[in-house]
Ligand binder design. Structure first.
Ligand code: ATP
Ligand code: MG
Ligand code: MG
Length: 549
């Protein structure tokens, strides 16, 4: 996973440090608190905090809260929790709304210098006058107001004299600029909306472009890393900094993360929550950080994934398997093994001494010696997964079949002698003999069998509930919905199924958030819905990728 060459952002930083444009690396992660963070944000967090760490710089968390109608304190709190859970700590915590006064003063300065004006065009007319990629824009009839008149109007906008949407403040740049963002962009709009932090103090709110770069500047950011869709905004970012002659950060764009079989847009994720397609922002099927956390993902797996996918200049879609492999790889190293049987069938050992129980030593994690061992009770009445048995099976079936032999993991080799059936002909019990010479770890019998299966002792096992989660969408690009359909039409109807499992007794005492490998099956985590009576597990990921198979 170790990258050997530096990506283009690291190269840009190196060159700016060497050339003296900046002397240190200050970055920020600037979420808008209008939803929970998702795996795409995780990539941006790892990138921004990672760059600062690497250069002994700083990284701020800044809430980009310029749009009061969509923002909530709940989101602010979840974002802070998620960043910390991912393993990062911001150097400074800021809110763009803390800069509203400074932004207002700077706006007055631009007005005084003839670089901004109050415009009375309606939102629709503003759009029409702006022109298109092929048509130059048309100057607003209010473009040539005097600085005095503009200042007066702007102050009256601020004090609430005019109705919502009736006027804007616009930068006076160039209505014929090939880049539409430079055609006198709106800096302020009138909007009477309660803000989660400033309350009703303001009835004018700054637009994103006007607030963002100036906030970067105030914080002394050197590298303002953002996603590709802001590339066309960079000339405006630079124009504002130049016009104000303030500290001028460098904006660098990278491709946003897309992943197959999911959507990464807060608007769509909000819709999934509001329309109850999922149980909440932290539903284990959600690509949100809180969803991944509840699903059992580790911060390390997410960070490794972010490093692994790297930083690119062109948009692409990453195969969901890569995220799943990242958590498999980490959990293989850290998760304790347990044996759990689903869809059980009884296996009776006919030559086992009646009532006898033998404690087997089982290694908790073959990848980690320090994880130690546990005892697993072995008896004459066991359960195995019915998948692991066939009355008649092809030669290549290496699990248990009538007349065949298999090793019971950590136990003995058993030979299947016969089966018991009910009146309908269904197998209700498998009758085996065990070979006392073949005890795991002290087997000198010289017997070799091809298969090893897991099992639990019927009298000792504990019943658990398991939620088997699958991909939330059944198509690779759920966003690409054709023929008047929406991404919702691509939801996977089978993304959740709940089953009972029978676990070896060492499972008892597992705490919420504990992760295990259920041998031969997959990785599982204890869900917060767990009660004193019943352990509830979420399947994090099966051992192998079996999607579509
Ligand atoms: P969404 O489209 O999901 O609403 P956004 O870009 O509007 O995302 P912000 O809260 O503004 O969400 O994002 C905060 C930071 O995270 C921004 O710098 C943004 O570029 C980055 N970011 C958001 N989505 C992704 C993604 N899919 N991949 C990488 N970075 C992302
Ligand atoms: Mg945004
Ligand atoms: Mg957005």
């Amino acid at each position: 996973n170790e990258r050997t060459s530096k990506h283009f952002i690291e190269q840009a930083i190196d060159s700016d440090l060497a050339g003296g444009r900046f002397t240190s690396v200050q970055t920020r992660f600037p979420p808008e608190p209008n939803g929970y963070l998702h795996i795409g944000h995780a990539k941006s967090i790892c990138l921004n905090f990672g760059l600062a760490q690497k250069h002994s710089g700083t990284c701020n968390l800044r809430f980009d809260d310029t749009n009061p109608s969509k923002e909530e304190t709940e989101y602010v709190e979840s974002i802070m929790e998620d960043v910390q859970w991912l393993g990062f700590q911001w150097d400074n915590l800021h809110y763009t709304s803390d800069y509203f006064d400074q932004l207002y003063d700077w706006a007055e300065r631009l007005i005084s210098e003839g670089k901004a004006y109050v415009c009375d065009l309606s939102p629709e007319d503003t759009r029409t006058y702006r022109g298109t990629v092929t048509e130059p824009g048309v100057n607003s009839p209010h473009r040539d107001r005097s600085p005095e008149e503009n200042l007066d109007l702007f102050r009256r906008m601020k004090t609430g004299e005019f109705p919502d949407g009736s006027r804007t403040l616009r930068a006076k740049i160039d209505m014929a600029a090939p880049n539409l963002n430079l055609r006198d962009p709106v800096m302020y709009r009138i909007m009477r909306a309660h803000h989660h932090r400033t309350g009703d103090k303001w009835c004018i709110y700054p637009m994103y472009d006007w607030a963002h770069g100036q906030s970067d500047s105030i914080e002394g950011i050197s590298f303002s890393v953002c996603t590709l869709e802001f590339e066309q905004h960079r000339p405006l970012y630079d124009w504002y900094c130049n016009a104000l002659q303030i500290h001028h950060p460098r904006q660098i764009e990278f491709a946003r993360l897309n992943i197959t079989y999911t959507v990464l847009s807060k608007r769509k994720l909000l819709q999934l929550v509001q329309e109850n397609h999922v149980t909440g922002w932290d539903d284990p099927r959600m690509p949100t950080i809180s969803g991944l956390r509840r699903r059992g993902y580790t911060p390390e797996a997410i960070r490794n994934f972010a490093t692994d996918v790297g930083v690119a200049k062109f948009n692409s879609t990453i195969d969901a398997v890569r995220l799943e492999n990242a958590v498999r790889e980490h959990l293989n190293r850290i998760a304790s093994r347990r044996m759990v049987v689903f869809d059980p069938i009884k296996l009776t050992i006919t030559n086992w001494p009646k009532g006898h129980v033998e404690m087997m030593q089982a290694v908790n994690n073959p990848e980690d010696e320090t994880a130690g061992t546990r005892e697993v009770p072995f008896s004459g009445s066991l359960l195995i997964g019915s998948d692991d048995f066939r009355e008649e099976a092809p030669r290549k079936f290496f699990r248990l079949k009538k007349g065949g032999a298999v090793r019971l993991r950590g136990g003995y080799i058993v030979d299947c002698q016969d089966v018991v059936k009910d009146e309908a002909g269904n197998i209700t019990e498998i009758l085996c003999t065990y070979d006392p010479e073949t005890k795991s770890g002290q087997d000198n019998s010289g017997r070799k069998v091809k298969g090893t299966i897991h099992w639990v002792s019927q009298a000792h096992c504990q019943e658990i509930d398991v939620r088997n989660y699958d991909r939330l969408f059944s198509t690779e690009n759920p966003d690409q919905a054709k023929d008047g359909k929406s991404f919702l039409d691509n939801l996977n109807p089978d993304s959740l199924s709940t089953v009972s499992g029978f676990a070896e007794p060492a499972i008892s005492g597992a705490q919420i958030g504990d992760r295990f490998q259920f041998e031969r099956l997959g990785y599982y985590v204890v869900d917060p819905d767990t009660t004193a009576e019943k352990l509830i597990f979420n399947r994090i990921v099966p051992l192998r990728d079996s999607w579509g198979k």
